[in-house]
Design a protein around this ligand. Structure first.
Ligand code: GTP
Ligand code: GTP
Length: 359
């Protein structure tokens, strides 16, 4: 079996963490996020993977090589100009080895999910569909592409980011994993940007193709935003999100072996401390990800935040839902909350940002 992974997006919502690193290479639970997806695909029987790269394309191959360390054979295809999700799929067609009627799995590179990949393959074969899609149910579908189905699971429409109540006809959304019959990939236009969600799927439906939805409501999270990314990383550590690539039993936290943590520091809620990071005495870190070479000075209090590689957080500083870019320096006695982002390499002087005590 073979799969395409779409990993070429710019990851704008995850900036500044995606300034130097493409989103699928940002570490989650101690390894580049993509490692979890590759390991899950391998566990489901996939042997050949084509990575469709564009933004910061050069970093993938030096890390994953030919894929043999994961038991995979990995090919890399880089777009000259970003081709969008559909264009990226079409652009790797020449690397596929499947026959015209065989199934090709396709995954967005930023989804953390417990999807039963084998069940999707089985459902695809049983229904005889041209394309099968993983659907999941969400409470507020407004930010997603809705995919209503009939009683047999056959897709009846694609509704991108509906806003009015009348448009919200289902709670089923496109969860970012598909199976295409190999020959369907060749029908996507080559050499121009194409969105699989906005153009290919609606076009296939209009032409009478059979698109089949499979609802699988196990763990599902789109790691596109910083808030979602830290939560996904913590859920991997806590065992709430499944991955064969999470190192060992890590309990409430994951401290990489080369990190240095003061004995009375408190790490909870799936916190990850990256390579060579240093955590000072009395620091309290909950549900957060601290990347490699970052320094957290004594008595800092950090919750639900992402600290970039080589960043430094000053003593007693409070971070709650903040994102600190690579190499940034937040001085002592600051307080940053609710989605504040500090750019890569930026410096915040001591005691320069505060919230009033009644907030
Ligand atoms: P945002 O800029 O924050 O929306 O993130 P993104 O650029 O990753 O876009 P989005 O989350 O919609 O992309 C879904 C998946 O498709 C991700 O895994 C992207 O890496 C991938 N992707 C998006 N656009 C392209 C593209 O032009 N080429 C390739 N190869 N992959 C893409
Ligand atoms: P327990 O599972 O609670 O017994 O901890 P552990 O020692 O097994 O934790 P783990 O193997 O995940 O961490 C390896 C090293 O990281 C530990 O020996 C500690 O030096 C450090 N560490 C991990 N968690 C904490 C924590 O919450 N506080 C402190 N101060 N250090 C920690």
């Amino acid at each position: 079996k073979e799969a395409i992974l779409l990993v070429g997006g710019k990851g704008t919502r995850l900036r500044p963490l995606t300034v130097h690193t493409p989103k699928p290479m940002v570490p989650a639970a101690g390894v580049p996020f993509l490692t979890h997806q590759l390991a899950r695909a391998r566990a489901a029987g996939v042997e050949h993977i084509v990575l469709a790269t564009s933004y910061l394309a050069e970093v993938f191959e030096p890390y994953f090589g030919d894929g043999s360390s994961l038991g995979l054979s990995i090919d890399y295809v880089t777009e000259r100009e970003p081709l969008g999700t559909g264009g990226a799929i079409r652009n790797v067609a020449s690397r596929l080895t499947s026959g015209p009627d065989e199934p090709v799995l396709i995954f967005n590179g930023d989804i953390l999910t417990g999807l039963d990949i084998r069940a999707l393959v089985t459902s695809h074969a049983a229904s005889g569909a041209d394309v099968s899609l993983h659907l999941t149910r969400v409470e507020d579908p407004r930010a997603f592409g809705l995919v209503p189905t009939d009683g047999t699971g056959r897709v009846t429409a694609f509704l991108e980011k509906p806003q009015t109540p009348e448009e919200i006809v289902t709670d089923q959304i496109n969860a970012g994993a598909y199976i295409f019959r190999r020959s369907v990939i060749d029908t996507i236009p080559a050499d121009r940007p194409v969105s699989v969600e906005r153009e290919t799927f609606p076009g296939l439906l209009a032409s009478g193709a059979h698109l089949q939805g499979m609802v699988d409501s196990t763990y599902w999270l789109d790691l596109g935003t910083p808030q979602a990314f830290v939560r996904g990383s913590a859920d991997l550590v806590l065992g709430r999100a499944p991955s064969p690539a999470v190192p060992g039993r890590c309990g409430d936290r994951l401290v990489l072996p080369t990190a240095s943590v003061a004995p009375d520091a408190k790490l909870t809620g799936g916190t990850v401390i990256g390579d060579r990071a240093v955590i000072g005495e009395g620091a309290r870190i909950d549900g957060s990800t601290v990347l490699a070479d970052a320094v957290v000075e004594p008595h800092a209090v950090i919750t639900d935040s992402l600290i970039g590689a080589g960043a430094r957080i000053g003593s007693r500083t409070v971070l709650a839902g903040a994102v600190i870019g690579d190499g940034a320096h937040v001085g002592a006695d600051n307080e940053l909350r609710d989605g504040v982002r500090v750019w890569c390499g930026a410096t915040l002087p001591d005691a320069s940002v505060r919230f009033s005590s009644d907030q």
